[in-house]
Design a protein around this ligand. Structure first.
Ligand code: PEP
Ligand code: MN
Length: 363
């Protein structure tokens, strides 16, 4: 592992990738690179050269001319460079222009044919490859993309979490669904994981909060879009920040310890974790008792020929629990999530009782 790649594994210095959504002009790329290098907080300069736009007609990237600008920026600032690749031709051109990091975009990861073609073009190549999550919340597709690249012999391999598309209103452009990157980290603990708060947020005001959360979840680095004049950006104008603002954002990030060594704080940590374990025990005890009662209710319903689903009763349960939950400081979203999980399990339990399996055991 060379020293540059080992950056990814340091919990104390998260690797920062930044730069414009798109390379627009040579001046814009150079000026962004110079300002980012001056912050001394950025390791890799990113810029989209070929842009996978959702609809035709919007700016689709400057193409390979942009690679010569990045090559110049690398030479003059010392920053490593990163571009998105979506085909073997992109890979070939990027490597020809000494690009250090190739990333596979969310729309491409969603297409195994395209990922496999890229993987085939990477055989015997020594380059860093980062795989963004697919647009849809499918962890297997994400892991599959990573696996295809790994099988091509790439061992400097990482993942980027950029959120998942959604339909309708959301506070996020691409809601983070944190459980998916957390699970990816559990399955692939040695793959460095980046967070891209820019494409998660779609705007600038929550970037810091998302970046901080990612670091607190053991992410190894961040990819944040920056532009010398964000309002005038040719793509993703609402989510880009100036290199200066990026520098401020990074200085506000708190780097917390991953696994505290033995020191006096640890006793308190152990005590709090024991308390959590006890509460979790109680929680599952109570859930078990609830389900036992649900089974008794199922027997009653079966004997009296009553349907499982009684919407008015469920509305009443939701109302009572929501009030209780909110008064205990829980969020509405959390209470709804818990209640629907409980409801599904209760329905399943009752259904199996009424289909006799549980009944046989109990009677
Ligand atoms: C980008 O990084 O500019 C981009 C297009 O990202 P994504 O693939 O996450 O949409
Ligand atoms: Mn973008």
């Amino acid at each position: 592992m060379n020293s540059f790649f080992s950056h990814f594994f340091s919990y104390h210095t998260p690797t920062i990738i930044s730069g414009p959504c798109s390379a627009e002009t040579e001046e814009q790329v150079m000026e962004t690179a110079i300002q980012l290098a001056q912050t001394q907080k950025v390791h890799i300069l990113r810029a989209g050269i070929w842009k996978p736009r959702t609809k035709p007609g919007s700016f689709e990237g400057v193409g390979s001319i942009g690679l010569t600008w990045l090559q110049r920026a690398k030479k003059e600032t010392g920053l490593k460079t990163a571009v998105e690749v979506a085909s073997p031709v992109h890979v070939e051109l990027a490597l020809k222009h000494e690009v250090d990091v190739l990333w596979i975009g969310a729309r491409t990861t969603a297409n195994p044919f395209a990922v496999q073609e890229i993987a085939n073009s990477l055989k015997k190549v020594d380059v860093i490859v980062l795989v963004k999550n697919p647009v849809n919340p499918d962890i297997n597709l994400w892991e599959g993309g990573i696996e295809r690249i790994a099988k091509a012999g790439i061992n400097k391999l990482g993942a980027i979490h950029r959120g998942f598309s959604t339909y309708g209103n959301s506070d996020f452009r691409n809601p983070p669904q944190w459980q998916i990157p957390i699970e990816l980290k559990q399955h692939l603990p040695h793959i460095p994981l980046f967070c891209d708060p820019s494409h998660i947020c779609g705007k600038t005001d929550s970037l810091l909060q998302i970046a901080q959360k990612a670091l607190d979840l053991n992410f190894n680095g961040l990819m944040i879009e920056s532009h010398i004049n964000p309002g005038k950006a040719w793509s993703d104008a609402q989510q880009q920040i100036t290199p200066n603002a990026l520098s401020t954002l990074i200085s506000h990030l708190v780097i917390r310890e991953y696994n505290p060594a033995l020191h006096n704080k640890e006793a308190e940590l152990i005590k709090l974790r024991e308390k959590i374990n006890m509460l979790d025990n109680e929680l599952f005890d109570i859930l078990g008792k609830r389900m036992q009662t649900i089974i008794e209710l199922g027997i009653y319903k079966k004997q009296n020929n009553i349907k499982i689903l009684q919407p008015e009763r469920w509305e009443e349960v939701v109302k009572i629990c929501m009030e209780e939950g909110l008064s205990n400081g829980l969020s509405k979203e959390f209470v709804s999530l818990i209640l629907s999980a409980i409801h599904i399990e209760s329905i399943n339990k009752q259904s199996s009782v009424m289909n006799k399996e549980e009944l046989k055991k109990l009677l």
